[in-house]
Design a protein around this ligand. Structure first.
Ligand code: UD1
Ligand code: UDP
Length: 366
């Protein structure tokens, strides 16, 4: 059975790596190729993860780079279609909700090649997010919908997808986290950044709704200025955010914040280590809401909604509206010890890749 595993952007690497390794155990059955679209290309957004997650050099690198949504999606589709013509795999596996996910799924289904979608069924119900469009399109055309939690199944059923296509496999990102948690202990990031465990706030930001509008970004930076009066802030900055801060002339605001340590995006081990020992996290990332829930670290998500509601109902995540006083109020609660206890959701157990491979084995037999 010839399988293509698609990666393109940072969060794809952690989701595909466990599956790649599990499939490799059965090389007599599965012939796997790793396809990298090149949506993310900086060393710190891509190569770092290949090294740390022990992934091989991709079999195909499509070098699409950055562009508008239309151009980037079209470029991926054009280049991946050529690969599909050459290779004719039996199955294409896409992960998450980035442009690479939707573009490669579209290519495959149009050539009648079955598609498996890892992390299917998540919905923010917010169509202003590019990711929500990617999720809906990908789920509606995929043959195997591999969901991380019950809400995923429910959303798909409400959209009319038949039960036979839905497989609750668990959270594959947590497979990577469990596998590398011990290794991340060797990280020296605390010493490098002069941080004390449990005494800093970890920040990441990259959602267009937060960082593409000057007013919103200024509100967030304004709240950081207040928070920094009480705690050290560490901010590995996404390239989108860095570029916008420069373009919008907000660099001076950033520089005026005491106790703020801005660093380029860090590798996976360093980032897990930073998360694990943070007093709390402020983010708008999808994956970090899940990882912080698993590690029981308080997480404030600067968004009105989340496609990962289980991190709020069961986990350590709290949604915070884009409002300076609300952000500061939630931080104050944490600093006063008012901390939400997290429970690890069912099937976030490090065995998701195993369950997926069992499903693929059954396909192979049919
Ligand atoms: C993308 C995904 C988002 C995901 C995020 C993870 C889409 C629509 N968005 O957002 O869902 O949460 O990745 O990090 O697929 N850039 C670089 N170097 C890189 C990559 C990007 O400098 O290696 C800069 C470019 O200026 C680019 C901008 O970042 O225009 C945005 O990159 P893009 O991949 O379009 O979207 P992300 O914001 O990274
Ligand atoms: N991450 C990382 N270094 C960083 C920031 C994030 O290794 O500087 C990891 C993080 O641990 C998680 C993933 O990247 O595994 C989340 O990716 P991101 O926030 O870019 O995307 P999203 O999940 O929002 O789509």
């Amino acid at each position: 059975m010839k399988i293509h595993l698609i990666v393109g952007a940072r969060p794809n690497f952690m989701k595909i790596a466990p599956l790649y390794k599990e499939l490799a155990k059965y090389s007599d059955i599965f012939q796997v190729k790793l396809i990298h679209t090149g949506q993310h290309y900086d060393e710190r957004m891509s190569k770092f993860f290949f090294d740390e997650l022990q992934l091989p050099v991709p079999d195909k690198y499509l070098e699409v780079g950055s562009a508008s949504h239309g151009v980037q999606t079209a470029r991926i589709m054009e280049r991946y279609e050529e690969v599909l013509f050459e290779e004719k795999p039996d199955l294409v596996v896409v992960a998450g909700d980035v442009n690479s996910t939707m573009a490669c799924a579209l290519d495959a289904v149009k050539m009648h090649i079955p598609v498996a979608h890892l992390e299917a069924g998540l919905r923010s119900f917010d169509m202003s997010m590019p990711e929500e469009i990617n999720r809906i399109v990908t789920d509606s055309i995929s043959d195997y919908l591999l969901t991380p939690s019950p809400d995923g199944d429910e959303n798909l059923i409400k959209e009319g997808i038949t039960k036979e296509k839905i497989f609750r496999v668990g959270n594959i990102m947590i497979d990577s986290l469990i596998q590398y948690l011990d290794k991340s202990e060797s990280s020296t990031i605390h010493t490098e950044l002069n941080l004390q465990k449990g005494k800093y706030c970890l920040i990441t930001l990259h959602r267009p709704s937060n960082v593409d509008h000057k007013e919103n970004l200024a509100t967030i930076l304004g709240s950081f200025k207040e928070i920094a009066k009480e705690t050290v802030l560490v901010f590995p900055m996404h390239p989108r955010t860095l570029k916008n801060i420069e373009k919008m002339g907000l660099k001076n605001v950033l520089e005026s914040i005491l106790q703020l340590r801005i660093v380029p995006p860090v590798g996976y081990y360093d980032f897990i280590h930073l998360q694990r020992y943070a007093k709390f996290i402020v983010t708008d990332s999808g994956g970090i809401q899940e990882e912080s829930t698993f590690m029981n670290v308080p997480c404030l998500t600067l968004r009105d909604n989340t496609e990962r509601p289980i991190t709020v109902t069961q986990g350590s995540n709290i949604l915070v509206k884009l409002n300076k006083s609300e952000i500061i109020q939630e931080v104050e609660k944490i600093l006063q010890g008012n901390i939400k206890k997290a429970q690890i959701p069912d099937l976030w157990d490090g065995k998701t890749a195993e369950r997926i491979v069992e499903i693929f084995m059954k396909m192979e037999k049919n």
